[in-house]
Design a protein around this ligand. Structure first.
Ligand code: SAH
Length: 214
């Protein structure tokens, strides 16, 4: 797979743009400078890969805007070895960023086509998730819980209770909540039945839909 000096140069410029927009976490910026985003998009669109914009990836879905990926990842406060659940594998780009941060990533995708593509593609570019699942993110992965962190990369009309219940005490869930516009929300589990909630402004995501689509 081709990752040329030109791609690396464009990627460094993109990371600089994201830094100027307010992302401070050096580990997150470093991870974004490593992941070859152009390879996560169809080859015809490679010229768009290093713009700070979302882009269609098929099945009516998008690869998230790099700034949004950085913003959510920064809020997640990933530490090496953390067990992270991602909802919405999509292109696998966010998955790769988490793996760069040395997380053990479990990721669920509802669209069969995208799940199959990511499962083949990620190991080819050197990113091996702990587990990719074709399923419904609303249910999470109770058999692999609890998680140090949960990141939802689709707009959730409400906060799925099942996901909150799969957090470790001290763990965080980063989730955009809302219908047309989503408020980036972080829940920290502070006790068995206790959660702290903080909000971080408006974003727009493709909707988190119910059940899997074969
Ligand atoms: N993290 C992805 C973002 C993809 S967009 C990336 O970096 O490319 C959001 C993704 O969430 C889409 O692929 C969509 O199919 C998926 N999705 C929507 N509802 C879901 C659900 N209930 N469970 C799992 N995935 C879901």
């Amino acid at each position: 797979m081709n990752d040329s000096n030109r791609h690396k140069g464009l990627r460094n410029q993109l990371v600089e743009t994201i830094r100027k927009k307010g992302i401070k976490d050096k580990m997150v910026l470093n991870a974004l400078s490593k992941v070859p985003r152009h390879l996560f998009m169809d080859s015809g669109f490679i010229d768009f890969a290093y713009q700070d914009k979302p882009f269609p990836i098929g099945a009516d879905q998008t690869i998230s805007q790099p700034y949004t990926v950085a913003f959510q990842t920064e809020l997640l406060e990933v530490e090496s070895g953390d067990k992270i659940l991602e909802i919405g594998t999509g292109s696998g780009y966010q998955t790769a960023v988490l793996i760069e941060l040395k997380a053990e990533v479990y990721s669920i995708e509802r669209q069969k086509e995208l799940y199959t593509k990511a499962k083949k593609f990620l190991p080819k570019v050197g990113y091996v998730p702990k587990k990719l699942v074709h399923g419904d993110g609303y249910a999470g992965l109770p058999e692999h819980a609890p998680f140090d962190g949960i990141i939802v990369t689709a707009g959730a009309p409400y906060v799925p209770k099942a996901l909150l219940g799969q957090l470790k005490i001290g763990g965080k869930m980063v989730i955009p909540v809302g219908d047309n516009v989503q408020v980036m929300t972080v829940f920290t589990r502070t006790g068995e039945q206790k959660f702290e909630k903080l909000e971080y402004g408006d974003f727009r995501f493709v909707p988190m839909l119910k059940e899997k689509n074969s």
